[in-house]
Design a protein around this ligand. Sequence first.
Ligand code: IPE
Ligand code: IPE
Ligand code: MG
Length: 262
Amino acid sequence: MTAEPKILEPVTPEEAAVFSRLKLDALPRHVAVIMDGNGRWARQRSLGERIEGHRAGTEGVRAATRTAAQLRMTALTLYAFSTENWSRPRREVAALMSLLESFLIKEIPELMENNVRLVASGRLEELPASARNKLAHTMETTAGNDGLVLNLALSYGGRQEIVDACRRLMRQAAAGEADPETLTPQGFAGSLYQPGLPDPELLIRTSGEQRISNFLLWQIAYTEFVYLPVLWPEFRRIHFLEALEAYQNRERRFGGVESVRP
Ligand code: IPE
Ligand code: IPE
Ligand code: MG
């Protein structure tokens, strides 16, 4: 039996104020986050090493996961490492991989407590074997949880995901198992890394940058973007709540003429 996480209870007056304005029956089912600004955070603090920023960033991951679980969301996708991030200095990549490994083990009690199931998206075969093993272990341990799906984007690229889906479909077609003429957008989406997840309604990027950096290119066709000035290691529940409020003030149209408020 997995525990149902407690419902979010605002702590500070700021949280309470934003929380009281949120429509809890109109929250996004799926939120995606580009966790950016770790290096700048370390530099601002004269910590020298960028990796200190990555280490501090795990607090933001915990805050985001807990908030999404306690708001009963379906899914949270966190961009943890892009295919392009392999081009960073070897020392930084190695440190990120070892941080990932310790996160995957240390976070298990927290994931269980919040009824979170861990999954991953990306070219996982490119990760070091020790990280792959820990990832598999945490995914297995949390597989029975039926609350929030925490989707970690690791060695992830949006273009690579689309190419990987095409490869799968082309192999099926070559084997006579799929007919190219009957392929639809929905059918195509079925070959992406996590076909069971709804498209994200909201995408948050921290650090003030306003770009996509090869994240979820297919799934964001009608996603609302919220850019926050805060650096990722400073990201806390209040920032998540503020992004949700911004999302709920948007008018969504989906190409039609009617505006739909979430
Ligand atoms: C995001 O922070 C973490 C990863 C990309 C792994 P950055 O490391 O990109 O931090 P900035 O953008 O240099 O400040
Ligand atoms: C995007 O951030 C990747 C992750 C957050 C994991 P980057 O910092 O790598 O993106 P750019 O280089 O600023 O576009
Ligand atoms: Mg960055």
